[in-house]
Design a protein. Structure first.
Lengths: 453, 453
């Protein structure tokens, strides 16, 4: 949400009052109010290490993997021993996540205040704009250093990560959308879906899930393989829509907490993101890329490759309008609007994400800091760890890559960079830095024999 | 929502193509998606008659009371016989309300299209910004004449009438709020309420109900009489908050569809509204007034009386910031922010209403059109029909007023104006036009012997 990826100067030099300035970076995840499927994410939030600058204070749900931290700080040129890491005590079932209870824990707040002594905190940020972070900022007396504090303290983060609020705001901003609507009741959903099905398949979207896991496709025609969705549901007649909604409404609304979206599903489209930093001074494009799904998110290409200039302009223009609307609302931080480009090269926006996304550290810090020439003569192909591959630890994965001569080499400015800590099961997310998409995919294929079980 | 109260010129003159221009005004109410307690409102929406200009087409859930329509059009100077009134066929249980099904009814759409023949529709508006109205605009091919169509078509009306969205946006705009937060889960609600109770009574608010009917006050101190709330709930220890939420969460969230607000309740405050018209060209203050509650809404005073200029400026300034935020979102129409003024003269905003409110026709059309000198040497005291009073019909009420010499007289520019149709039970809403608040209240007291049973 709140971290400018590459716009912050290093801040280790002492200020006028002799105190070093420092930032507090909170490695949290979707709040439990929005998603209850995220207890596993202790490793995923460690990507916040990519954003660390000398003197920063990191708040994390678990101690980060030391090898991972060595690796990242060597890449970004941050002095690892200048960093402070604070892990709030665990209570009951929230060890993998920075729950509101952990962020409000008295011992944690005392420890954080101790670490802050002698530093002037210029900035507090989190991966996810949670009111619990705003409460933490107040508790340690630095709410004025948290951009967008007022908006986040009133749970505005829910609005800027909601697919229903996205469609309302996009509709108001005149940003092009797939035909469809926000469903405010099962009856309105049924009417909308039946009407849309006349024109082809319909995507029904959960308000808050991501990576395609909240989407289902309804079709009256031939079945097909879903992309960016859980499944394709055949509809033989309108009463099937009624039955579908009867069965799925509870899930689609997360028990009533969200409003699903129903919209035209355009087969054979590509998906892109454009990210903006929204700060007090305005809106700035920070990155872009293509999103790959099969059927869920499997990777990203940054920057976007092979997009016609006119299409790219529409992506940026629509994204900017959304960012400007949220700027007017008082949201501050990263906004990642997504859009599809249809086979007829229509640009249609599909959601926005008001948080540090799974792209921000890749283009903003790996691309923006670690890789010379990113976006000029180098691209990044980022990959979710493939099913069936296996490695026992971060260090094992790194050693394997180095031994095979496939690890990133600053001399050639090509090779594989591990992007996160070990996932606790069998993998490590990674990306390939290459001259172009062909060489990137071929480097990616070279990994198969190393890790395929 | 969309009707400018007094900014529209009369439009009965033929346009260049020989067709008369006309507007379609939809007398709808809260959508069923937001409120399910509104089947009774066939009379309440008839206040739309106050907005009618020559040649307009009114869509209403029931045939309006003819005597009421005579009365209103005589007051506004609109030619009654120039108006067209269309009532969609009733289906099952929605006779009192313009449900989405009624607005999508094929016979209704054909009839509306017939009425539109020979007229150029310059504007389509509704009392409530319902996606079903946006769908109607599309169905009859006039969506470009509906201001804010894109926002409303994606259910944006829910956002601009939500107390939780209000607090997010107000927090982002830096508009002063009572201490508190949006509750995204029972756990976060409990934490917030327990913390707030340390400082005094706490108001818990349903996301969508109005007139104080969605509010409950929790207090650890002496019980007191609720104002603007259903009741005062005594809290002896923190576990009472837990039990309260366990019992009331389902109701507070309307079964999960909304997010309640918990905020500091400041006793002995007064409540005010400021209304703005949000149009493509910007934001314009259209009216203001004081809201009277005992404990629910019982009346309004327009314009606000006895408010210090510095306090009034804060009301307008905060309201304008909210209106500008919603302008940036693409909402078009009336926005009525409410605020309390505390005994120490703090101005704290409490909600906004993105719709034609219960104030708009009073200040905008009765004040703005029917009463000369409104806001200069005349004020309006509006009153909800008091409990215990009774009249058998609109015409009876009017005759009684005239016989007693208390009906509004254009010569003296004082007296009682009936503001709506007969409520179907025992009353008619009314307002008193007077030189000042003292004479207004004394005219109001004079009605007691006429109607008290």
């Amino acid at each position: 949400m709140l971290i400018p990826p590459e716009t912050l100067a290093r801040r280790s030099t002492p200020t006028a009052d002799g105190r070093r300035s420092a930032r507090v970076l909170v490695g949290n995840d979707f709040s439990q109010d929005v998603r209850t499927d995220r207890g596993w994410t202790g490793w995923w939030v460690q990507r916040i290490a990519w954003f660390a600058e000398d003197g920063d204070i990191l708040v994390l749900p678990v101690r980060p993997d030391d090898d991972f931290l060595d690796y990242v700080t060597a890449m970004t040129g941050t002095r690892k021993d200048s960093l402070s890491i604070v892990v709030p005590p665990v209570s009951e079932t929230d060890e993998g996540t920075l729950s509101p209870a952990r962020l409000a824990n008295h011992d944690f707040i005392s420890e954080l205040e101790k670490v802050m002594v002698g530093r002037r905190i210029t900035h507090l940020s989190a991966l996810w704009p949670d009111p619990a972070v705003a409460a933490l900022a107040r508790a340690v007396g630095i709410s004025s250093s948290m951009p967008g504090h007022g908006f986040v303290s009133q749970a505005g983060g829910v609005m800027v990560n909601s697919k229903s609020a996205f469609r309302m705001i996009a509709g108001g901003a005149g940003v092009p959308l797939p035909d469809g609507t926000v469903c405010t009741s099962p009856e309105s959903a049924e009417r909308a879906i039946v009407e849309l099905l006349d024109g082809g398949p319909v995507m029904v979207k959960h308000d808050f899930l991501s990576g395609g896991r909240g989407n289902e496709i309804l079709t009256t025609g031939e079945p097909f393989r879903p992309i960016g969705a859980r499944r394709v549901v055949p509809i033989d007649n309108p009463s099937d829509v009624h039955s579908y909604l009867e069965e799925r409404w509870e899930w689609l609304t997360a028990g009533g907490a969200g409003r699903p979206v129903a919209e035209r599903y355009v087969r054979d489209s590509s998906a892109f993101f454009v990210e903006f930093l929204i700060s007090d001074s305005g809106v700035e494009l920070t990155g872009d890329g293509e999103l790959l799904s099969a059927p869920y998110a499997v990777g990203q290409i940054m920057p976007s490759q092979g997009v016609e200039p006119a299409v790219f302009d529409q992506l940026v223009e629509g994204g900017r309008r959304l960012a400007e609307a949220l700027h007017a609302l008082g949201y501050r931080g990263i906004l990642g609007p997504d859009a599809i480009v249809t086979p007829t090269r229509e640009v249609l926006f599909t959601e926005f994400n008001g948080r540090i996304t799974g792209s921000t550290h890749i283009y903003g810090r790996i691309g923006g800091r670690a890789v010379d020439g990113f976006g000029k003569d180098r691209i990044i192909l980022e990959r979710v760890w493939p099913g069936g591959w296996s490695t026992p630890s971060f260090t094992d994965a790194l050693t394997t890559l180095r031994d095979a001569g496939l690890a990133y080499d600053p001399a050639t400015r090509t090779g594989v960079i591990l992007t996160n800590a070990f996932d606790g099961q069998n993998g490590v997310m990674y990306c390939v830095v290459a001259e172009n998409l062909n060489t990137a995919w071929s480097a990616d294929r070279a990994l198969h024999p190393l890790f395929a079980a």
